[in-house]
Design a protein around this ligand. Structure first.
Ligand SMILES: [Zn+2]
Length: 131
């Protein structure tokens, strides 16, 4: 994509090296008709211009983790969570309530004494009794 004569002070889309996402940036300086320094509208970080990541890459990144959790969370409605305890057994798909991590869904059983649980903050291995 050819940007016609970038103007200092105008707003363009660029990738913020601190926020790690495509965001509006204010053009700070231009060198030989190329974007040189830009400032992130979200965190005010001033950095060299980075072209925004392509949409396909960006959507792939955002489809993991957070949105998977959002989808899962919708299935929690009306379900009763089991209070987490290391002396208990858990089945795959069981909803557990952890005092520190909150609600989590058992994704798989890992060996005899571990279960992998997906919490809002990410997947974690938790101890369980295992029999
Ligand atoms: Zn930023």
């Amino acid at each position: 994509m050819i940007v016609a004569r970038p103007v200092v002070g105008s707003t363009i889309e660029a990738r913020c090296t601190r926020c790690c996402q495509n965001l509006p940036h204010t053009v700070i300086s231009v060198k030989e008709n190329h974007l040189h320094r830009v400032q992130c509208a979200q965190c005010d970080w001033e950095h060299s211009y980075r072209p925004p990541l392509s949409l396909s890459t960006a959507s792939m990144e955002s489809s993991s983790g957070a949105s998977e959790w959002q989808k899962l969370k919708a299935t929690f409605a009306g379900r009763k969570a089991i209070r987490y305890s290391i002396t208990r057994n858990y089945e795959v798909e069981a909803l557990i309530d952890h005092p520190h991590f909150g609600l989590g869904l058992v994704r798989r059983i890992k060996g005899k004494y571990m279960v992998e649980v997906l919490f809002e903050s990410g997947a974690k291995l938790m101890r369980c009794n295992g029999g």
